[in-house]
Design a protein around this ligand. Structure first.
Ligand SMILES: N[C@@H](CCC(=O)N[C@@H](CSO)C(=O)NCC(=O)O)C(=O)O
Length: 221
């Protein structure tokens, strides 16, 4: 039965934003279904019973889970494939860095704002965050316009939602992304000029407020 596309998501999620950017880049209409993660809907629990997390893409009612898998599914299921590179080796490199980001960036960022300022563990998270961003800048971006070369693509949309969190990382970690990673900063501005990105990313101050509210809820001053 043709129900088209629906996205179970949460407004500030960088993982969900990847899917929204991919859908926009492919010009695909879809129904956005904001989820209450504190009181998960039957639809979410039924659609992702294993991880019970957003985002979940429903394609004619069939669920696809995990943001990196959802984005690749979108590129494969809706011709022409345009998000991932066409060359297998370039695809492997893009997937390597997407995996690196998912292994490192979100967890380190969470430690950065969840830990008490000045605590040794928080100083360690600060050091790691700078290392992660520098590794991405030197290893994946280099002097290219975009991660995938001269056009915005898969790896760009995988990383760009996290640029809305840089302000939060900077304030809690007391460092400057611009100072540490000038090329990442320039790349983020370039991406921000694309409509698919500009209409999707949460404003950095909104992310900062959201994290502040989470810290209160977790009882971290
Ligand atoms: N590897 C997955 C991560 C999704 C995720 O963390 N989703 C969070 C919200 S965004 O931080 C989530 O749904 N959390 C709900 C919960 O953990 O109960 C992906 O890439 O899709």
């Amino acid at each position: 039965k043709k129900q088209g596309l629906q996205l179970l998501d949460f407004w500030v999620s960088p993982f969900g934003q990847r899917c929204r950017i991919a859908l926009a880049e492919k010009g695909l209409p879809y129904e956005y279904l904001e989820q209450d993660l504190g009181n998960k809907s039957e639809l979410l629990l039924r659609s992702n019973p294993i991880h019970k997390k957003i985002p979940v893409l429903l394609h004619d009612g069939r669920p696809v889970c995990e943001s990196l898998i959802i984005v690749q599914y979108i590129d494969e299921a809706f011709a022409p494939a345009s998000l991932l590179p066409s060359d297998p080796y370039a695809r492997a490199q893009a997937r390597f860095w997407a995996d690196y980001v998912d292994k490192k960036l979100y967890d380190c960022g969470t430690r950065l704002w969840k830990l008490k300022a000045g605590e040794p563990a928080q100083a360690q998270a600060r050091k790691e965050m700078i290392e992660i961003l520098k590794t991405l800048e030197e290893g994946a971006l280099g002097d290219k316009e975009f991660f995938d070369g001269d056009a915005f693509g898969f790896l760009d949309l995988v990383v760009v939602p996290f640029t809305s969190w840089f302000l939060t990382y900077e304030r809690h970690g007391e460092f400057s992304v611009e100072k540490e990673c000038p090329r990442i900063t320039a790349w983020a501005k370039r991406c921000g000029e694309r409509e698919s990105v500009a209409k999707t990313l949460s404003p950095p101050e909104k992310v900062y407020e959201f994290v502040g509210a989470m810290k209160k809820r977790f009882g971290i001053e």
